[in-house]
Design a protein around this ligand. Structure first.
Ligand code: CO8
Length: 373
């Protein structure tokens, strides 16, 4: 019987980062300037005042203390408030392919795999910088991998949904060894003028190798015992940026074309959805919640993670049971649970069970139950 394992993970993050204090100082200076320039309209009630942000709020509401930024330049500049990226020529490696290759090499090294061993590449993330050719095919070319590659978008669940695709391909026999990469270059879609959302996101790239267990040579291997995916349509996390902009005559860079959310509603609706999803999956697999040694959860908000594990376990989880990387990375879209796995898996013993789970826009929830071999 063919089985699939995760045989290695990889991580790359930019060197540059922005602290809450720096981000809030820039946002507040923008807000004060906006309020000064619009004082009359604000007093007349025709324009809404820009309220101030605070580092204390950000830590309390989200657990975030800093975020890595692919390009810090431009974000804190009041006249720009977005990263400044150079456009690359068609014959240069694209930004996301470069990020992807860095995390991929790390994962390949840990899984003790070379390009010759891999036959499938999936680039899965919240945004790709172009529609075609696929970033995955560019990565395939750069790494010298034969076979095929494709991109897939599933917002915060892109990584777990792609791992499910990889596992299915290995079990079906259509792939032998799959490289799943999540180059999350998200700060270009953040509205740094929006108090509710300016602090949430950071850039990172993660990767995982999924392969046939009988061919695996890695010392850190996790058998995939089961995968599960749930989606329920919601407009509470949305970006209207898209290829129709050229034809619709709408402002292609308007606020609705950036990341928008009703964060409170997302929090209230996604937590119970995720709890139900995980309870059902574990029940179907005949695994008790108490037998899960580690929860590598999506990293959007520390209070969401604590609530979800509290509802599952019936008590608070320790940081060892449900590690958090939000303080360092912020929300990195689909990469969050993979970072948690990457940083916190080597101490698990043979037989230990772990759950990798993401949740977010769509709504979407994706999960894998794994056992350390
Ligand atoms: N500073 C100070 N005060 C603030 C700030 C701020 N920056 N923002 C809000 N406040 C105030 C509010 O005005 C409110 O005041 P009042 O009580 O007087 O009305 C008070 O603080 C509390 O506000 P909230 O109720 O909104 O605060 P919450 O505790 O709910 O925290 C969060 C807000 C952090 C947004 C929280 O609701 C949350 O994390 N929600 C879930 C978010 C989530 O998971 N979203 C999914 C997004 S990611 C995803 O799906 C992938 C999309 C693709 C990623 C790429 C993006 C670029």
């Amino acid at each position: 019987m063919t089985r699939a394992v995760i045989s290695g993970s990889g991580l790359w993050h930019p060197e540059e980062f922005i602290t809450n204090e720096e981000l809030v100082a820039s946002y507040n200076a923008y807000a004060e300037r906006f309020n000064r320039e619009n004082a009359e309209a604000i007093a007349a009630g025709t324009v809404k005042e820009c309220l101030l942000s605070s580092p204390e709020f950000i830590v309390k509401a989200s657990g975030i203390r800093q975020r890595y930024t692919y390009r810090r330049d431009g974000i804190l500049d009041l006249d720009r408030m977005r990263p400044r990226l150079e456009e690359r020529a068609d014959d240069e490696l694209s930004h996301q392919a470069e990020m992807a290759v860095r995390a991929a090499r790390d994962a390949m090294q840990r899984a003790e795999r070379t390009a010759a061993d891999i036959d499938t590449v999936i680039v899965a993330c919240a945004y790709t910088e172009r529609a075609y050719p696929a970033i995955a095919i560019e990565v395939q070319e750069e790494l010298g991998i034969k076979g095929y590659g494709f991109d897939m978008l599933a917002a915060c669940s892109a990584a777990t949904f792609a791992l499910q695709r990889a596992c299915d391909a290995v079990l079906a026999g259509s792939s032998r060894c799959v490289l799943v990469i999540n180059p999350e270059l998200v700060t270009p879609q953040v509205n740094f003028r929006d108090r509710d959302g300016h602090f949430i996101f950071g850039d990172v790239s993660t990767a995982m190798i999924v392969e046939r267990e009988d061919m695996c040579v890695s010392p850190h291997r996790y058998r995939i015992l089961g995968t599960s995916a749930t989606t329920i349509y919601s407009n509470n996390v949305r970006s209207n940026f898209g290829h129709l902009a050229y034809a619709t005559d709408a402002d292609p860079f308007g606020p609705d074309k950036l990341f928008c959310q009703n964060g409170r509603r997302v929090f209230k609706e996604v937590c119970p959805l995720t709890v139900e999803h995980l309870e059902n999956q574990l029940q179907r697999m005949d695994i008790a919640v108490a037998d899960v040694r580690r929860w590598w959860l999506h990293q959007a908000n520390i209070n969401m993670n604590q609530l979800i594990v509290r509802r599952l376990l019936g008590r608070e989880a320790t940081p060892d049971e449900a590690p958090v990387v939000l303080d360092e990375f912020a929300n990195t879209a689909s990469a969050g649970s993979v970072i948690a796995f990457h940083r916190f898996h080597e101490d698990l013993q043979s037989g230990d069970i772990g759950v990798l789970c993401s949740f977010g826009a769509g709504y979407s929830v994706g999960s894998l139950v794994v056992r350390r071999l």
